[in-house]
Design a protein. Structure first.
Length: 311
């Protein structure tokens, strides 16, 4: 079997670069907007974890499956022959045309980086629960449903998967180039399956905690409608035959929408419950009770009488 030289990727035929030479400006602007939107949508989650200095509320399996899914998506687009052609054409086309050709790769790469940062923040700010004798928990929410060992294992699995995927991709690229499309299809299918599966452990964790905690509601407010918009654009481009492409975003949008609704409901309930005791105490001070005297004390009556005579 003929092997591919490591530098062949930078030597694409000039004729194959004609499709990238004149980028479509509206599509370029839309792609840049999507890229910026991906970055902005993940920032609230990063800020949420850092500001609370805790990743409580995030399921380690949600983080693991999400990171692995993003790694598969990144590997998928990097080994695709079309992506290799786009990279190799950058030496033959202008700067704007090259940037336009690489925007698809950049979008997936940004998404992977954002979720990778979530994984790092998750393990750095994983809540440490005091299990020493005599320690008490102020609320039932402080009992985190996952252990530190679970977090370490899931992060280790995600990191190991990324390294193994990278090595296999390099080997297939260098030794078995004819299998690149098959490998890309496998990574793409696995990424789609894991993107759907990742929401189930997070839904369970949020339901058990009855609170969003460090799970960012603003992130989901951006990403949930974004998933349906992205699915619609893909459906208009690929039609019913491309249901496997845009259908994944419909399913993930529905699951994330369920998680978003659950988080909002729990947050509203918790705020109402936290304000309940304060309102009750203030009301009890105003309302008469069995110990409230029916008549004012003699001192108060005397003072009120003096005030009346003064007028």
């Amino acid at each position: 079997m003929k092997t591919m030289d490591a530098f062949d990727i930078f030597q694409a035929p000039k004729s194959s670069c004609d499709e990238f030479a004149s980028p479509n400006i509206p599509n370029f602007i839309l792609s840049v907007t999507v890229l910026v939107g991906i970055l902005i949508s993940y920032l609230p989650q990063h800020v949420r974890i850092v500001s609370r200095r805790s990743s409580e509320g995030l399921s380690p399996y949600f983080v693991m499956l999400g990171t692995i899914s993003a790694s598969c998506a990144l590997g998928n687009i990097l080994v695709l022959p079309a992506s290799q052609n786009a990279v190799s054409c950058c030496s033959a086309i202008g700067g704007l045309a090259c940037a336009s050709a690489l925007l698809g790769i950049a979008q997936i790469a940004i998404q992977w980086c954002c979720f990778f940062v979530i994984m790092l923040l998750f393990i750095i700010f994983f809540p440490k629960i005091d299990t020493s004798e005599g320690s008490t928990l102020d609320s039932p929410f402080e009992a985190h449903p996952h252990r530190w060992q679970d977090a370490v294992i899931t992060v280790g699995v995600a990191m190991g998967h990324f390294i193994i995927t990278f090595i296999i991709s390099i080997v297939i690229f260098a030794r078995y180039p004819s299998a690149l499309q098959l490998w890309a299809n496998l990574l793409g299918g696995l990424s789609a399956i894991l993107a759907i599966m990742q929401y189930f452990p997070q839904i369970w964790t949020t339901w058990k905690l009855k609170a969003a905690k460090s799970l960012s509601i603003p992130m989901m407010l951006i990403q949930t409608p974004g998933a349906f918009v992205f699915a619609t654009s893909l459906a208009l481009r690929y039609g019913l035959q491309g249901w496997s492409v845009w259908g994944v975003f419909i399913v993930t949008g529905c699951l994330q929408g369920c998680l978003l609704a659950m988080a909002i409901i729990f947050e509203l309930q918790n705020r109402r419950d936290s304000n309940g005791p304060r309102d009750a105490s203030m009301q009890s001070e105003r309302d008469p009770s069995e110990r409230t005297p029916l008549l004012d004390s003699p001192t108060s009556l005397e003072n009120s009488g003096r005030a009346v005579r003064g007028h």
